[in-house]
Design a protein around this ligand. Structure first.
Ligand code: NDP
Length: 455
C-alpha cells in the first residue's frame, strides 16, 4: 500500500497549513529496520562523543526556539509564550541528559571469591508515541534520556500535530546525530503506532495519551515482554484551605486548568474549596476567570488559544450541562475551535463531570469541610497524576500531599513538570516515571558479570 498525504490545519482559523505523509505499516517497519541497524553503531559511540552530540542537538534546538514556537502556535493553537517555553524545554531536556551520558555506569558489588560488576547497556530501538497536546516537550521527555542511554528512537507524533516533530528530526541531523538514530514517522496511531508496538525489534514503548489506548498498548506489549512507560490522563484536584493566601490561590487557579485550553493531563480540573471561605474565594476566582484573555495565540497577550479540532470541541461541549454552569469566561467567535473557560458547580462526585477527563477548559467546584474530606474527595478518582494544595500551614501542606494518591503534587504552586524531577501517575494515570535523574536507567538493561579470582 502506498502512502498518502493528510492535511494539517491551524485550529485558530481552520486554514490548511501543510500536508504531511501518512506512512503505512510497511514503511514503518522499514524505519524500524533502519533504527535497528543504527543501534548497532550508536550504542558504541564513546560516551564523551555521545554527550557532545546531545549538547549540540540542545544548542541547535535553542537557536531555533522562535521558529519551533511559531510552528507550534500555527499547528496546535498554543499561545506564543507557552510555545516558547515548550521549545526551550526540549533544549533543556537534551542539555540535562547530555550530562548523564558519562555518568551512566554500573557498580562493583562486594562478593566472595571474585569481583562482581554490573553494566548498564541500552535496551535497543525505542518507540515514542506522542499526543497532540504538548507535541514538543512530551517527545523530548522520551527521546532525551533514550538517546543518552544509547538507544535509537522512532518517534510518532499525533497525526494532527506533526510539524514540530518533523522539524526536530531535521535539527537532529543538522546537529550531527547520525542518520536513522532519531527518526520521525508520521501517520496514524493504528498504522504507525501499532506497528511500532507489535514489532519485536522495538524494545520499549513510551506512550502518552488516553488511558484506553495506553491499556491496549500494555496488553499488546505484554505478548513480547516489551517494556512500556505510560503517561495517561488526569483529573487533578486544586485544594484551597481556609488559611491559604486567597488572592494568590484565586489568581492562579484559572491558569492551573485553562492553560493550553485545558488540554493538559496535569490540569487541575477539580477545584475543592473549604466551605468557610467558599464565597470569598469564588468572588475572586470569578473575576480571574472573566479576565482570562482568550484570543489569537500568536499575540503576546494571549493566555488561552482554541481547542485542537472541531471534533474535540464537540466532545468538550457534550460534557457541559448549561444548567450547572456557575459562570464563564469569553471566547472569540469562529472561525477556529474556540471554547470559553467554563466553571461548573453543584454536582455530586458521582457525576461524570467530576470523574472523567474532559480535556478542555472546564473546571468543577466542590466544597469540603476539613482536611479528611479534602483528601477523600481528591482521591475519589480513577486518576492520580497531579494536584495542588493551597495553605499557609506547611505541616498541613505536607500531610495532605502525603495523603493524596498522585504522582506530582505542589504546595502553594501549580508546578507539575521540571526536567530534573520524576513525572508520572498513580492509578489510571500511568505506569513508570519520565524525567528526573533516573530516566536513562529505564532505557537500560542491567548486566551482571562475575569474574572469579580463584584461578
Ligand atoms: P490517543 O490516546 O488516541 O492518542 C495519543 C497518541 O497515540 C497519538 O499519537 C495517536 O495517534 C496514538 N495512537 C492512537 N491509537 C493507537 C494505537 N492503537 N496504537 C498506537 N498508538 C496509537 O488520544 P486522543 O488524541 O484520541 O485523545 C483522546 C483523549 O485522550 C483526550 O480527550 C484526553 O482525554 C486523553 N489524552 C490524554 C493525554 C495526556 O497527556 N495524558 C494526551 C492526549 C489525549 P493518532 O492520533 O495520530 O492516530
Amino acid at each position: 500500500m502506498s502512502s498518502s498525504l493528510f492535511d494539517v490545519v491551524n485550529p485558530s482559523n481552520e486554514s490548511q497549513i501543510s500536508q504531511v505523509v501518512r506512512n503505512t505499516p510497511e514503511q514503518t517497519s522499514r524505519a524500524i529496520e533502519r533504527s535497528t541497524s543504527a543501534f548497532a553503531s550508536w550504542k558504541l559511540v564513546p560516551p564523551s562523543q555521545r554527550a557532545a552530540l546531545l549538547r549540540n542537538f540542545s544548542e541547535t534546538v535553542r537557536s531555533h526556539v522562535k521558529e519551533l514556537a511559531d510552528i507550534e502556535v500555527a499547528n496546535s493553537g498554543h499561545t506564543i509564550s507557552n510555545a516558547i517555553w515548550e521549545a526551550n524545554n526540549v533544549a533543556d531536556v537534551l542539555a540535562y541528559y547530555s550530562g548523564s551520558v558519562e555518568r551512566l555506569g554500573g557498580r562493583e558489588i562486594p562478593v566472595a571469591q571474585g569481583i562482581d560488576i554490573t553494566f548498564k547497556e541500552p535496551i535497543g530501538p525505542v518507540g515514542i508515541i506522542v499526543p497532540w497536546n504538548f507535541p514538543m516537550p512530551i517527545a523530548s521527555w522520551g527521546f532525551g534520556p533514550a538517546l543518552a542511554a544509547g538507544c535509537t528512537v522512532v518517534l510518532k507524533p499525533a497525526e494532527v500535530t506533526p510539524l514540530t516533530a518533523i522539524r526536530l528530526g531535521e535539527l537532529a541531523l543538522e546537529a550531527g546525530i547520525p542518520e536513522d538514530v532519531f527518526q520521525v514517522v508520521t501517520g496514524s496511531g493504528s498504522d504507525v503506532g501499532e506497528t511500532m508496538v507489535l514489532d519485536r525489534a522495538i524494545r520499549k514503548i513510551v506512550f502518552t495519551g488516553s488511558s484506553a489506548v495506553g491499556s491496549r498498548i500494555q496488553r499488546l506489549a505484554a505478548d513480547q515482554i516489551k517494556r512500556v512507560t505510560l503517561e495517561l490522563g488526569g483529573k487533578s484536584a486544586n485544594i484551597i484551605f481556609d488559611d491559604a493566601d486567597l488572592d494568590k490561590a484565586a489568581a492562579s487557579a484559572p491558569s492551573s486548568v485553562f492553560d493550553n485550553a485545558g488540554q493538559d493531563c496535569c490540569a487541575r480540573s477539580r477545584l475543592l474549596v473549604q466551605e468557610s471561605i467558599y464565597d470569598k474565594f469564588m468572588e475572586r476566582f470569578e473575576e480571574a476567570v472573566k479576565g482570562v484573555r482568550v484570543e489569537d495565540p500568536s499575540l503576546e497577550t494571549s493566555q488561552m488559544g482554541p481547542l485542537i479540532t472541531a471534533s474535540h470541541r464537540e466532545s468538550v461541549r457534550s460534557y457541559v450541562d448549561e444548567s450547572l454552569v456557575l459562570f464563564k469566561g469569553s471566547a472569540p467567535e469562529g472561525p477556529g475551535f474556540w471554547y470559553p473557560p467554563t466553571v461548573i458547580g453543584g454536582i455530586d462526585p458521582s457525576h461524570r463531570l467530576f470523574r472523567e477527563e474532559i480535556f478542555g477548559p472546564v473546571v468543577t467546584v466542590t466544597k469540603f469541610k476539613d482536611e479528611q474530606e479534602a483528601i477523600a474527595l481528591a482521591n475519589d478518582s480513577d486518576y492520580g497524576l497531579s494536584g495542588s494544595i493551597w495553605t499557609s500551614n506547611l505541616g498541613r501542606g505536607l500531610r495532605v500531599a502525603r495523603g493524596v494518591q498522585s504522582g506530582n503534587l505542589s504546595v502553594n504552586s501549580h508546578s507539575s513538570v521540571r526536567y530534573s524531577t520524576p513525572f508520572g501517575g498513580y492509578k489510571m494515570s500511568g505506569l513508570g516515571r519520565e524525567l528526573g535523574p533516573d530516566a536513562p536507567d529505564s532505557f537500560c538493561e542491567v548486566k551482571n558479570v562475575f569474574i572469579s579470582t580463584e584461578i
